[in-house]
Design a protein around this ligand. Structure first.
Ligand SMILES: Nc1ncnc2c1ncn2[C@@H]1O[C@H](COP(=O)(O)OP(=O)(O)OP(=O)(O)O)[C@@H](O)[C@H]1O
Ligand SMILES: [Mg+2]
Length: 260
């Protein structure tokens, strides 16, 4: 670890009751790094993100963001897109209102946005190429468009770190490529550090700098091009590998089948 790390996790243990779900986790992300967390169902991936957010309290260890420990995560520092099915995620509001909500999180009551706040929101929509749909109803958008608007919503907080929990689920192959291109742009142009949980083992080597394989403990942390990774994945996923990667919702995997 060094002082340039944006996120540092040291000797972290998290338990629910007496069941230890995360054990001795050590991870660090430097500025503009894109890290993928992979691992089997129930391996603790979502728990790790929620612990970083301060939703779960560790029983041991510490987390630092920009070198600082925190009890409550400072507003706006980390943008988080939870694990869910995008298609079922509906707001009865316009696209711009969804993005305004992201900015309002930084305000206190009565949550009024000034011209500068609105400018930041419009800019966030531009970053994700959705400004032309600003007055469209959110519920009428495609899955990929909804995801872009939800990304704009967190960008409106001007976060330092973005965390995604299975962002590619529910997107078609083109949508997934677009998503990875977008996060690469955000990292390059907006200096954002990205941590994402994914099951797309096939695409990570193309788009991420580092991979952490998590199943209660970190079984691997390094480059996706490291030959040891596939060995570790085989061991951690075992026979379930096919099931995990080719999950019924995973359209990338369906795409991979057609190329095989
Ligand atoms: N709020 C909670 N209370 C009790 N147990 C929990 C809670 N959240 C998660 N767990 C347990 O912790 C373990 C890790 O769950 P988690 O959701 O972090 O896994 P995951 O790696 O995200 O899995 P998936 O790939 O299915 O999303 C599981 O055994 C789960 O049942
Ligand atoms: Mg999860």
């Amino acid at each position: 670890m060094n002082s340039h790390n944006v996120l540092e996790i040291k000797d972290l243990n998290v338990a629910f009751g007496n069941k230890v779900v995360l054990e001795n986790i050590n991870l660090f992300l430097h500025n503009k790094e894109i890290m993928a967390i992979v691992g089997p169902n129930g391996g603790g991936k979502t728990t790790l993100l929620k612990t970083i957010l301060g939703i779960y309290k560790p029983i041991k260890g510490e987390i630092k963001i920009l070198g600082n420990k925190y009890k409550k995560l400072p507003k706006g520092l980390v943008g988080y897109l939870p694990q869910k099915d995008l298609i079922n995620y509906n707001f009865p509001v316009l696209v711009k209102d969804v993005v305004f909500m992201g900015r309002k999180i930084l305000k206190s009551f009565p949550y009024i946005l000034n011209d500068q706040d609105r400018e930041i929101c419009f800019d966030a929509l531009k970053r994700v190429n959705m400004e032309h749909l600003i007055n469209t109803s959110f519920s009428n958008l495609s899955g990929g468009q909804k995801q872009r608007v939800l990304i704009a919503r967190v960008l409106a907080m001007q976060p330092k770190i973005l965390m995604f929990d299975e962002p590619a689920t529910g997107l078609d192959v083109v949508g997934q490529e677009d998503f990875y291109e977008l996060i690469n742009k955000l990292r390059e142009e907006d200096n954002i550090t990205i941590l994402m949980v994914t099951h797309d083992i096939g695409v990570i080597s193309k788009y991420v700098d580092t991979v952490a394989c998590l199943n209660k403990k970190i079984h691997f942390h390094g480059s996706p091009l490291d030959g040891k990774l596939s060995e570790v994945l085989d061991k951690v996923f075992g026979k379930n590998m096919q099931f995990i990667v080719h999950d019924s919702k995973c359209l990338t995997c369906m795409g991979h089948h057609t190329h095989e």
